[in-house]
Design a protein around this ligand. Structure first.
Ligand code: GRF
Length: 198
C-alpha cells in the first residue's frame, strides 16, 4: 500500500480527482494519509473533511520567518512517513531540505506543457493568460518530479489540450483541468504505486 500526503492551497479539484480515482479503483494500492494545506480557508480542506481524510493546516502566517515555516511543514509531513508527496495546486516553494529528503518522491501538476509557460510566477490563471497572449493552438498539463528548481524536474506524464476560438483564461483553465490535470495526476500516482508493487 502506498501512503501519500497531498498538499493543497486552493479549490482542491485535483485532490478530488485523486479521492475519486482511489474510490473507483483507477488508482490502485494507495491511500491518502494526510491532506496538508498552507491556507486555512482552502476549500480543498472541506473536500478532505467530506471524504473523511485527516488534514492539517501549516500556515506561514503562524511563523516568524520562512525557515521556521518550512521546518514546521516538513516536520508535519515526516509524521506520516509518506511514500509519495503530491503537490496538487500547492502554492508553496518546496524547501531544499524537503527536496533532498524526499528526492524523486514529490510530484507536481502544472497546467501547461512544460517547458512552455512555467517557472517563477507561472501558476493558476496566469499560465493560461500567457498561453492565450502567445496565441498557442495547443496547451495542456504536465506531471513532473519536483527538484531544486521551479517546474524543472523530470517529466512523468503530459496531456495536450486544444485552445479554441473565443477561449478566455477561465474557460481554458477549466478545459485543461477537466481534460488533462484531473486525468494525468491520478494516472501518474497509479503508475508510481504499481512501480512500488514490483
Ligand atoms: C489550478 O490553477 C490548477 O490548474 C493548478 O492549481 C490550481 C488549483 O487547482 N494545478 P485545484 O483546484 O486546487 O486542484
Amino acid at each position: 500500500m502506498m501512503d501519500i500526503v497531498v498538499c493543497v492551497s486552493g479549490g482542491g479539484t485535483n485532490l478530488q480527482a485523486i479521492i475519486d480515482a482511489i474510490a473507483d479503483g483507477s488508482i490502485s494500492d494507495t491511500r491518502i494519509v494526510c491532506v496538508l494545506s498552507n491556507n486555512k480557508d482552502a476549500y480543498a480542506l472541506e473536500r478532505a473533511h467530506k471524504a473523511g481524510l485527516e488534514s492539517v493546516c501549516v500556515s506561514p502566517k503562524d511563523y516568524d520567518d520562512r525557515e521556521s515555516f518550512n521546518d514546521a511543514m516538513l516536520k508535519e509531513i515526516d509524521k506520516y512517513n509518506p511514500d509519495l508527496i503530491v503537490l496538487a495546486g500547492f502554492l508553496v516553494n518546496i524547501p531544499q531540505k524537503m527536496v533532498e529528503k524526499y528526492r524523486n518522491r514529490i510530484i507536481n501538476i502544472h497546467p501547461s506543457l512544460i517547458p512552455a509557460f512555467c517557472g517563477k510566477g507561472y501558476y493558476g490563471l496566469k499560465v493560461h493568460e500567457k498561453a492565450l497572449e502567445r496565441g498557442v493552438k495547443v496547451t495542456g498539463a504536465t506531471v513532473h518530479y519536483v527538484d531544486e528548481g521551479t517546474d524543472t524536474g523530470p517529466i512523468i506524464l503530459q496531456e495536450p489540450v486544444r485552445v479554441l476560438e473565443g477561449d478566455t483564461p477561465e474557460i481554458l483553465q477549466r478545459r485543461v483541468m477537466e481534460q488533462a490535470e484531473w486525468v494525468i495526476l491520478p494516472q501518474a500516482i497509479d503508475m508510481i504505486a504499481k512501480g512500488m508493487r514490483q
